[in-house]
Each structure stands twice: as C-alpha cells, then as structure tokens.
Write a protein that binds this ligand. Structure first.
Ligand code: GCU
Length: 611
C-alpha cells in the first residue's frame, strides 16, 4: 500500500478523517468497468450493534476490539468462537435500489443496514490502478474493504470513490458498506423534507481499472457562438508536469495538443467553425476523444452557450422560453422507489416530452447520471439542484462543508453535460443573515467550479398588501436568474385569487416560476371548488397561466410536479395515502385534466419570452 493511502487510512482509523469529503473527481460514466451491482447480503442493524460496543464506542476506532464490527465479516473458525453475525446466512437486497420498496418490512425503515458483497480480484496488469466507485448511497456510507475502513461519505445523491490499488486479495474480497439513512438536524437535507427518505445503495457500484497515469477529469465548453471557440482543461493523476494530452473531435476533424502543468492540468482551446450547436430542437452530440500516454477517455460532448442578459435568458444567443416541469428522482409505478435504471429515467423524460417540455427541474437533489444524459440526448435542458432544502442548520460549519461537498460532486460529475443550464443552490430557505451568508458562499463555490452556467435558487414570495405579491430576497442580487415558488390557489387562497394578484419583482433579471400547482387524486372529479379533484387542480393551472402573463421577464416555468410521489407528510386517507398528489400524472402514469392545460400552453408558447 502506498504511503499516502496508509496515511489516509490511519487518519480514518483514528477518526481524524471524520468525513472524507471532496475527494478528487473521477469521470467514470464512460469508463470500462466491472459491475458490483446485483444481490448483496444485508444485516438490518437499528441499534448499530455492528458498529458500536456497549459503551457506544465505535469498534473501528478501538484497536483492541476492531474485529467485533460487522465490517470485519468474520467467519467462525472454532466451535467456541463467539461471532453474533453471519452475512452468508443473512437476507439480500438488490443494488442499485432503495430498501424501502424492495421489502415491506423496510418501507418506513430509517437506520443502518449493512451491505456485503464478495468479489474476486479482476485481472490487473502490472502498474495499473483500481478504483471502487459508488453512484450514490443515501445517506451516510461507511465503507470497508477486507475489514479495513476506506472512508465515509455523507450525502445521498452524488458519486464518490476510493482508490483500492494493492488492497485486494486474489479471491473473496469482502466489501462492506454501513448505510445509514437516519435524518439529523445538521444534515443536508435536514430532518424534514416533502419526499420519501429512501435508504440504500441506490445507484451503481463498480470497479474501474485505470493506467498508472490516467485522465481523471476534464471540462470542455463553448466560449461563444460567434467565435466557435471551444476551450477547457484536462486533469491527470498523478499530477505530473510535461505530459502530452490530445483532445480530438473526429467528426469535425479537429485535434488539439496540450501539455500538463505541475498540477497535472492541461488547458486547451480549439476553433470549431463547422460546429452544430446543441439545442432542444437539435441536441447534437460529438464523440470526444482524450488521450494521454496509454490512457484514452471517450465521451459525448454537446456545445452551446447559456447566458442571462437583462430580463432574458439566451441559448446560443437566441432568447429561450423554458417550458418545464419539476421531477423527483422516483418512478412510483410498479412498486416505485428511487430511479435505479436507465429505462425508468427514460420513462420520466418521455412523460415530460409528452407534456411538451424543453426543460426539467430535477428536484431537490442531483438525479442519476442516466437521467441527465438521457435528457441531454433528447434535447431537454436541466435545472440541477443540491438539497439545501427549507431550514437546514445554516449556522453549522460542518453543514456548510457537507453542502459544499455535494455541490462540488454534482458539478464535477455533470459540468460536461450540454443540457445542464442552471445550478440551483437552495429551495425555499428562510430569509435571514446566516442563510444568506451560507448560500452566498455556495454561489462563489459554484462559480469557481463552473463559470459557464446560470446560478439560481427557488426563492419564496410574500405580500406587500392583500393582492400585491413580491419576490424580494437579498439572494436575488447575486443570482443570475430570480426563481420563486408560489402556490396561489392551493396553499394561498382559492384559484380565483390568481386573477386578483399583481406581482412586484424588482430585479432586472430573468424570472422563472420554479413551482406552482395543487393536489388532485387521479379520477376524482367534481366542481372547481372541490379540493383534491382533478377539476380543482385544472382550475389552478388555468388561472395561474392567466396571472403570469403580467410578469415582466418571465423566461420559464417548472410547475410542481410531473408525477405524484411518495411523502411521509401526506397521510390523508383515501386521497393522499402517503403520496403528494400535485403530479400532472398519477404515480402510475395516468394523465390528469391539468396535464392538458399545460400541454396546450406549451404547444402555443413560442421560444421567445411570453408577453
Ligand atoms: C414546496 C416544496 C416541494 C413540496 C411542495 C408541496 O414548494 O418545494 O418540495 O413538495 O411545496 O408542498 O407540495
């Protein structure tokens, strides 16, 4: 084991590395890999017996009782051995996937479940390096390999990885992950959310074999439509100077050569005169090939520009109107749960396309990379968001570090996706000094990682008088786009109130209404005053679409929400039954009356700003 790894491991063992956050990025999606998906043995551990001794001390910090922890995956060797767990004799769960919808006993479960996978070492040539990659684990993952702690990851929706070169034995390597989805005040999100707390290893797990010196990350983007100048950087590992890097776009017959600096970064720029720009109408992607030494990384790359100027958003220097819808990372039909396969992502995107969308707000946390890439191929622009949701602990530095880490992991994973146009840093957070400082720091962080996209957050409205609604928030002055959620007609008066309200949004910036809507149980019919009926929901849409015509600078909408989704906050028997019913589709994909109101509006909305 390399010295560096030993140092990290010691730090982890001694608990110094409380949470191993913000590791280096790793562009993994297009890399050849060995999947560790499938059946994993599990042990449900609500009292965390496999982690703490009876004095509540973590076993993995006690040298004398290290092997008591479930992560040791010990086997009985003598008839008198006392081992009170046995993965081999335990039940299983499928990975990727949440545990809540795989086993009715786990539907409401919040706590620790231990996962164990046994695998043999793949063929690794001399000098090659081996990485263990997780697409996402909700919420905290303590990861152990052959009884040794690799590290801890916090955050349920972003990828993380560990280098495990030289740490494997030839056969039966034991990979153990302690997954804990308990909510806690300092978390991101905090203890209350309006979505189901799906726990588990919810996205892919894979091994990636890479050369001794490899291309770890890259960032490529179009500087401007006029110049057709494509630029970016390649990041290699180890960070060596003087390594030649080649970037090519064969379809355009373009190639650039650059050399790494002492940080292992190679910058480049290429003029692409014949470039076809990515757009919803023509989501053109090019094969991108990056080579460095013996390593080649290929990917699909789309090129476009997104800018805000005055009260307009410009895609490729043309004004664009974002015909959107919000989506949760959940496919609730056929049992449902977290989206854990490409076909479920494809299904949700196809529902949004049928609605006439060119834009989706992936709420309230990073969705799977499948979801983003399928949307990219289909020409659907994306609002990407981290779960700084409602009233998190804005005074807590560890909470900030967690949020900043999730933001970093999200941007590093997706900043090469042409369809992502907005990084959103928050949803409906309270207006106060601590919160504004916290999110201002995140805005700076986002811009330092990617200054090519628009930054926003879903703000809230308030009233200046009975019928004058306003969006006034110190955050609006540092965001590129002023977005806000409003529920006039549902939480705020009845639908007719939409026809009385005027709006005051005092910023010379583009405006997006990032949420509006109301609940309806599919198939429940009545008059327009009968709450929970499709007719009531339809009336909210009809009157909201009239109300918003007055909003100057309105550049887009993403009504709440594409499909009904599970939430523990929605217990109304016979109507909600544990679902938030604001979907335009039921959880089974049945269209409600309001679907057709929005579909018709989008069909007639031109791409320029609505007047
Ligand atoms: C809020 C929030 C959503 C929530 C919705 C609702 O605006 O952003 O996460 O589901 O309202 O109350 O249905």
């Amino acid at each position: 084991m390399k010295i560096t790894q030993a140092i990290i491991l010691t730090a982890v063992l001694s608990g110094l590395c409380q949470f191993c956050l913000a590791a280096e990025p790793l562009q993994a999606y297009t890399r050849a890999s060995i999947s560790l998906n499938g059946e994993w043995k599990i042990i449900v551990d609500p009292y965390e017996t496999g982690y703490y001794n009876y004095r509540q001390q973590p076993y993995d910090e006690q040298n004398n009782s290290w092997s008591e922890g479930f992560y040791a995956d010990k086997k009985m060797e003598n008839p008198y051995d006392l081992i009170e767990y046995n993965f081999d004799k335990s039940p299983s769960l499928n990975v990727p996937g949440d545990w809540n919808t795989q086993n009715p006993h786990f539907f409401y479960y919040e706590g620790t479940i231990w996962y164990r996978k046994v695998f043999d070492t793949p063929q690794i040539k001399n000098g090659e390096r081996l990485f263990l990659y997780f697409g996402a684990v909700n919420y905290r993952a303590d990861v152990y390999l052959n009884g040794k702690k690799l590290g801890v990851h916090l955050g349920g929706f972003t990828p993380f990885h560990f280098e495990i070169t030289g740490m494997l034995r030839e056969k039966t390597n034991s990979l153990v992950v302690k997954v804990d989805n308990k909510r806690f005040k300092e978390g991101v999100p905090t203890v209350n959310t309006d979505w189901w707390n799906y726990g588990g290893i919810t996205r892919d797990v894979k091994l990636i074999i890479l050369p001794a010196s490899f291309i770890r990350d890259y960032f490529i983007h179009l500087e401007s439509v006029k110049s057709r100048l494509i630029s970016g950087f390649i990041n290699i590992d180890p960070a060596e100077a003087g390594k030649k890097v080649t970037i090519s776009l064969p379809e355009l017959n373009l190639k650039a050569i650059s050399v790494t600096d002492d940080k292992g970064i190679a910058r480049f720029s290429i003029v692409a005169n014949k470039l076809i720009l990515w757009s919803p109408e023509k989501p053109k992607l090019y094969k991108l090939i990056i080579t460095m030494g013996s390593d080649t990384l290929t990917d699909d790359a789309g090129f476009r520009t997104i800018k805000a100027s005055g009260r307009q958003i410009f895609l490729n220097d043309q004004p664009v109107f974002l015909k959107g819808i919000c989506i949760h990372d959940e496919y609730a039909a056929e049992g449902g749960g977290r989206v854990n396969s490409a076909w479920k992502a494809e299904k949700l995107i196809s529902w949004a396309q049928e609605l006439g969308c060119n834009f989706v707000r992936l709420a309230h946390y990073p969705h799977s990379e499948d979801m983003v890439r399928i949307a990219e191929k289909k020409g659907i622009m994306v609002w990407s968001e981290i779960p700084v949701y409602w009233t998190i602990d804005f005074e807590n530095e560890a909470t900030y570090n967690n949020a900043a880490n999730q933001l970093t992991e999200n941007i590093q994973r997706d900043r090469n996706r042409a369809n992502i146009i907005i990084w959103s840093l928050a949803n409906e957070t309270p207006v106060n000094e601590k919160r504004t400082m916290f999110i201002t720091r995140l805005v700076d962080k986002a811009r330092s990682l990617d200054n090519t996209r628009l930054i926003s957050a879903a703000l809230e409205k308030h009233y200046l008088n009975d019928t004058l609604a306003a969006v006034e928030d110190p955050l609006a002055s540092i965001l590129d786009v002023v977005s806000f959620n409003e529920y006039i007609g549902w939480y705020d008066g009845l639908p007719d109130k939409c026809l009385r309200v005027k709006w005051h949004i005092p910023y010379d910036k583009p405006v997006i209404i990032s949420e509006f809507g109301g609940d309806a149980k599919y198939g429940l019919r009545g008059g327009r005053f009968d709450r929970w009926t499709e007719d009531f929901q339809e009336d909210i849409y009809i009157k909201t679409l009239i109300m918003i015509k007055q909003i100057e600078g309105l550049c887009g909408l993403s009504p709440w929400i594409l499909a009904d989704f599970r939430s523990p906050r929605r217990p109304l028997g016979g109507i909600q039954d544990g679902f938030n019913r604001k979907g335009l589709y039921s959880e089974k994909g049945e269209k409600k009356k309001a679907f057709y109101i929005l579909q018709d509006y989008y069909k007639n909305a031109n791409n320029k700003m609505e007047k």
